[in-house]
Design a binder for this molecule. Structure first.
Ligand code: VGL
Ligand code: ZN
Length: 197
């Protein structure tokens, strides 16, 4: 474990910290609320250094293909402009956070924040080469975001305290982490006011 020095080229990407994915939400991730404090610490680390903070959100129409009534695998969640789709009030997003909406049409799902959003191009245009990923859920949107980010050529740091899994099947979270690390994501933890990895 060594300290990670943050600087130009670094960005934070917070995945889907929305009410519906938190305990009490329609697709609540167990212990999802436990990631809020670590993510707020990450926000301070990045925003405090003037580094960009991105926040993705699931932003579905009411008849989205992933909903059970449409034959999909999930209960309705994150319907655009509803309270369930809003970011958690406890999340201290900076004023200038860049919001990335995904899976916005009925016919397509997108677990990855890079899927159909133009995010990779936007980050490259900002000179970003290393992205720290956190948020929900480890085994769906975080997993797919990390794999796509690696595919797009970014160095990916996975903030372990900042993510939790849905675990439709027990062990999905650990398997997702193993897949991300196998593909080259670097696991990092918060330590004494910084990141170690
Ligand atoms: C997600 C299930 C359905 C996620 C999104 O953000 O991980 N999971 N839609
Ligand atoms: Zn969704």
């Amino acid at each position: 474990m060594s300290a990670i020095v943050l600087g130009k080229g670094d960005a934070l990407l917070i995945v889907d910290m929305q009410n519906d994915f938190l305990p009490g939400g329609s697709l609540g991730v167990p212990e999802g609320d436990r990631v809020i404090d670590p993510i707020n610490t990450l926000i301070e680390l990045y925003a405090g250094r003037g580094l960009p903070v991105y926040a993705s959100r699931d932003w579905h129409p009411g008849d989205h293909c992933s909903f059970s009534a449409q034959g999909g695998p999930w209960p309705p969640h994150c319907v655009a402009d509803t309270a369930g789709a809003a970011f958690s009030n406890a999340l201290r997003l900076p004023e200038n956070a860049i919001v990335v909406s995904k899976a916005v049409t009925a016919a397509e799902d997108a677990y990855s924040a890079f899927n159909g959003t133009g995010l990779a191009r936007a980050m490259l245009a900002e000179g970003i080469n290393r992205v720290t990923v956190c948020g929900l859920a480890t085994d769906y949107c975080v997993l797919n975001t990390v794999l796509d980010g690696i595919e797009a050529g970014f160095e990916i740091l996975l903030a372990l305290e900042g993510t939790r899994a849905v675990e439709v099947t027990a062990g999905d979270g650990d398997r997702a982490i193993a897949r991300m690390l196998t593909r080259g994501a670097v696991p990092v933890r918060l330590s004494s006011g910084g990141l170690v990895g």
